[in-house]
Design a protein around this ligand. Structure first.
Ligand SMILES: Nc1nc2c(ncn2[C@@H]2O[C@H](COP(=O)(O)OP(=O)(O)OP(=O)(O)O)[C@@H](O)[C@H]2O)c(=O)[nH]1
Ligand SMILES: [Mg+2]
Length: 379
């Protein structure tokens, strides 16, 4: 059974999830794990389950077979009937064996953080490219976790890939998934070649470009919409946008620039998704300015800023001049705006300006446009 169908198969009986994380003995690590669990809670709930509780175990390294220690696992097994839990989500990466062992001991479904993220991406993907990327990531995730069951690969084989001479079922499964992975890679490569050509043309025409970046659900697409007066999809859930879109904005009657909306950033993306994510963000490699949108109202703003900072460093985008929009100010007071502004200046040496905005109430949009114009054209 695929991860996606695992979550979906139980949708009618609303899933009741319990989250578990690990932290070392340091207080700093414990706080960080709590914030990561908050992120995970939002994801699990946006995938349709209800989170009924969570726990953090203080432990230096994951247990080799059960990830969390035996004692903690027993505590959770006791909670299963009390809280009516039917889904256990581990805030880390589980090996196939660990997942199987924990499922065996608890008798309920077990998912790891990566599976949840993949599932959310799968429900959001709409374009051909995003569907291919997510499918590739899911297959790459599945490959080392195959356990030789009969049923789950039927939809991959399409009735063609029968078992080869002397192959066990597990080998057949692996072969089918590997074939599918290389087919998906080929298709994706073609799309990228096409996109790189389009990007080259844009660079040749030297249209100045602004790349909108930021943590997921911060209001990037709403900002794009406000600046370009066009309608990308906006929704109050993580990873609504998986495809980059580019629009054209007239600065005055002679000057214009392009602006690109991107997929939201997030902490600890699964490795299977990082290459897809990087390829999508590649669109803004040549950006002249980054427009960083921050959800000023988020309770998790610290981890969101950290995550954006780390992603920019990973993608080598951290030296492009950046304007930050502290967004959703209709929900916060001036003291919070000042606090966030200080935090941004402290964390991003490439940041040149912070502007308080509310795309909801059309506040600060003109100021953002003016700051972009000034930076790009000196006027
Ligand atoms: N209150 C308030 N809500 C806002 C504001 N800007 C955006 N939102 C809401 O925040 C949610 C996310 O907005 P999006 O524009 O989809 O955010 P995004 O950053 O593109 O999200 P992803 O594509 O999922 O990463 C939506 O429900 C918006 O209506 C704002 O200024 N104030
Ligand atoms: Mg968006």
């Amino acid at each position: 059974m695929t991860i996606s169908s695992k979550l979906k198969s139980n949708k009618k009986v609303a899933e009741r999830a319990y989250l578990v994380g690990l932290s070392s003995f340091s207080k700093h690590n414990f706080i960080k794990e709590e914030l990561l669990l908050n992120e995970l809670k939002e994801l699990v709930e946006s995938a349709g389950a209800k989170v009924v509780g969570h726990a953090i175990q203080k432990r230096k390294n994951p247990h080799p077979s059960t990830y969390i220690g035996e004692g903690k696992l027993l505590e959770i097994i006791n909670l299963i009937t009390i809280l009516d839990i039917n889904l256990l989500v581990i805030n880390g990466g589980l090996s196939g064996t660990q997942q199987m062992v924990i499922e065996g001991k608890t008798g309920i479904k077990v998912l790891d953080r990566n599976a949840v993220i993949l599932d959310v991406f799968a429900t959001r993907a709409k374009s051909k490219e995003a569907l291919l990327q997510v499918s590739l990531a899911q297959n790459e995730y599945l490959l080392p976790r195959l356990r030789g069951q009969w049923t789950h690969l039927e939809r991959f084989s399409g009735g063609i890939g029968n078992r080869g001479p002397g192959e066990t079922q597990l080998e057949t499964d692996r072969r089918l998934v590997s074939q599918r992975i290389s087919l998906l890679r080929k298709k994706i490569k073609k799309i990228y070649a096409h996109r790189a050509r389009l990007r080259n043309n844009r660079t040749k025409n030297s249209l100045p470009n602004v790349g909108i970046i930021g943590y997921t659900n911060a209001g990037k697409s709403s900002m794009m919409q406000a600046i370009c007066k066009r309608k990308p999809t906006v929704a109050n859930r993580p990873f609504e946008t998986l495809d980059t879109t580019t629009g054209k904005v007239w600065a005055n009657k002679d000057l214009y620039f392009s602006i690109t909306d991107t997929v939201g950033f997030f902490s600890n993306l699964p490795v299977e998704l990082t290459s897809a994510f990087k390829a999508t963000i590649e669109e803004i490699n040549n950006a002249d300015i980054l427009l960083h949108v921050v959800d000023g109202s988020s309770a998790n703003i610290g981890i969101q800023i950290d995550s954006v900072k780390q992603t920019l460093i990973d993608l080598k985008l951290d030296t492009i001049p950046m304007i930050t929009s502290i967004n959703k100010i209709d929900l916060i007071d001036q003291a919070s705006i000042d606090h966030i502004s200080n935090n941004i200046s402290k964390n991003f040496t490439n940041n040149i300006d912070c502007i308080a905005t509310s795309t909801k109430n059309d506040v600060g949009i003109v100021e953002v446009k003016n700051a972009i114009k000034y930076e790009l054209f000196g006027q």
